[in-house]
Design a protein around this ligand. Structure first.
Ligand SMILES: *Cc1c(COP(=O)(O)O)cnc(C)c1O
Length: 390
């Protein structure tokens, strides 16, 4: 039987199954104690004051934009090398999206490009209301540098930390929001820990936390202090804003809480596998991931770049050869400005030379805690063969 090696895969233990079954046998499948417990545990783990669980990081990003008041006429900037959700959250609010080219070394949004774009935007009066840096592959973006620019130009910061739960920036957990207004995590099965589908927004602001919790559940409050009228009776509640139903279920939260106990072990294992890749690939014409020794990457992805004069052709052939071997390599990501549904914004790919070059060279190799040494050796030997054939 030919083996298939995915680029990412969840790990579900007996303890996870038991935690979920316990909820299924309990009184509450949703809006019970598990969601509150998962929020509290995650807030404690990363050192943020408030945590709001939702049904996806996409939903949490939308809540974050709404809580920060993003609306028509506003601009939101993010990295083009990300999942579409990092940009769509602004569009849900009727705002415009723009992109900042990536750093050729980290593949995160470039601080120099951001500084230059902000200076130009100040002259034209088109400054962003929010900037959404993405910790691509789990490698922390330089948050202190973005904070300094935010203080100068007056924008808010939402960290898209979908890849970065369990990582650390300058020795402090990603998600503590020391430099940002809100941080968002994803618990999709390919990410570091999972709830099936799920997301979470963290913040140190009581007001942002309150607004996100309100909008997460129909904009309905049962707190008399928030109501505009005197309660008609004990049944009374008020809708005071147009919210969504983005709630996480207790079934999902129980899985997340159980997975959270293994978060540090998963990040350690991912780093161990990444270091092994670095060694095995050291004599091949590929660029291995950069990391800043001051930070801890959660290593959601292990991205290599093909070094070749004809990178675009070689890239595609290597990709196809690995897929033919059952190695389900992927490309994270197609630059978002290339998506047909973003055509109305009129982006010119030539404005993002680093992202374009990245797109012609990047391949995500399989990386997940259950990847065996043998499988990793097979990935590397297949890559070696594919590179020598191009
Ligand atoms: C996965 C991902 C999202 C969306 O996460 P969901 O939980 O699937 O909605 C957003 N941004 C990035 C960078 C992601 O990788």
């Amino acid at each position: 039987m030919r083996r298939v090696i995915p680029y990412g895969r969840q790990e579900i233990t007996d303890a996870d199954v038991e935690a979920v079954v316990n909820v299924l046998r309990s009184d509450y499948l949703t809006q019970g104690p598990a969601v509150t417990a998962f929020e509290a545990a995650m807030a404690t783990k990363v050192g943020a004051r408030h945590a709001i669980a939702s049904n996806s990081a996409t939903s949490s990003l939308h809540l974050a934009c709404r809580a920060l008041g993003v609306g028509p006429g506003d601009e939101v900037w993010t990295s083009p090398i990300t999942f579409v959700a990092s940009a769509n959250c602004a569009r849900y609010c009727g705002a415009s999206v723009d992109f900042v080219d990536i750093d050729p070394r980290t593949y995160n949004l470039s601080i120099d490009a951001l500084a230059a774009k902000l200076a130009a935007a100040r002259r034209t009066g088109r400054l962003p209301k929010v900037v959404i840096p993405v910790h691509l592959a789990g490698h922390p973006v330089d948050l202190a540098a973005i904070r300094a620019l935010a203080d100068d130009y007056g924008f808010s910061i939402i960290e898209d930390a979908s890849h970065a739960v369990g990582g650390a920036y300058r020795g402090e957990p990603i998600g503590n929001c020391r430099y940002s207004d809100i941080t968002v995590f994803s618990f999709h099965p390919v990410k570091i820990i999972t709830t099936g589908e799920g997301g979470m927004a963290l913040t140190n602001s009581a007001e942002l936390g309150r607004r996100m919790a309100l909008l997460n559940s129909h904009g309905i409050t049962r707190d008399p202090a928030e109501m505009t009228k005197a309660p008609d009776g004990p049944w009374y509640y008020e809708q005071i804003a147009l919210g969504q139903n983005y709630r996480m279920t207790d079934i999902q939260a129980a899985l997340g809480l159980s997975q959270l106990s293994r978060l540090d072990a998963y990040v350690a294992r991912r780093n161990e596998l990444a270091e092994r890749y670095d060694e095995l690939l050291s004599d091949l014409p590929v660029t291995v991931p950069f990391r800043d020794p001051r930070d801890l990457s959660a290593f959601h992805l292990y991205i290599v770049r093909i070094q070749s004069a004809q990178a675009t052709a070689a890239h595609r052939r290597v990709f196809e050869a690995l897929r033919a071997e059952g190695i389900l390599v992927n490309l994270h990501y197609i630059p978002v400005y290339r998506q047909p549904d973003f055509a109305s914004f009129g982006f010119d790919p030539a404005a993002f030379p680093q992202s374009e070059r990245y797109y012609s060279e990047a391949i995500s190799l399989p990386l997940f805690p259950g990847l065996t040494g043998d499988e990793q050796d097979f990935v590397v030997s297949s890559l070696r063969n594919a590179l020598s054939a191009v």
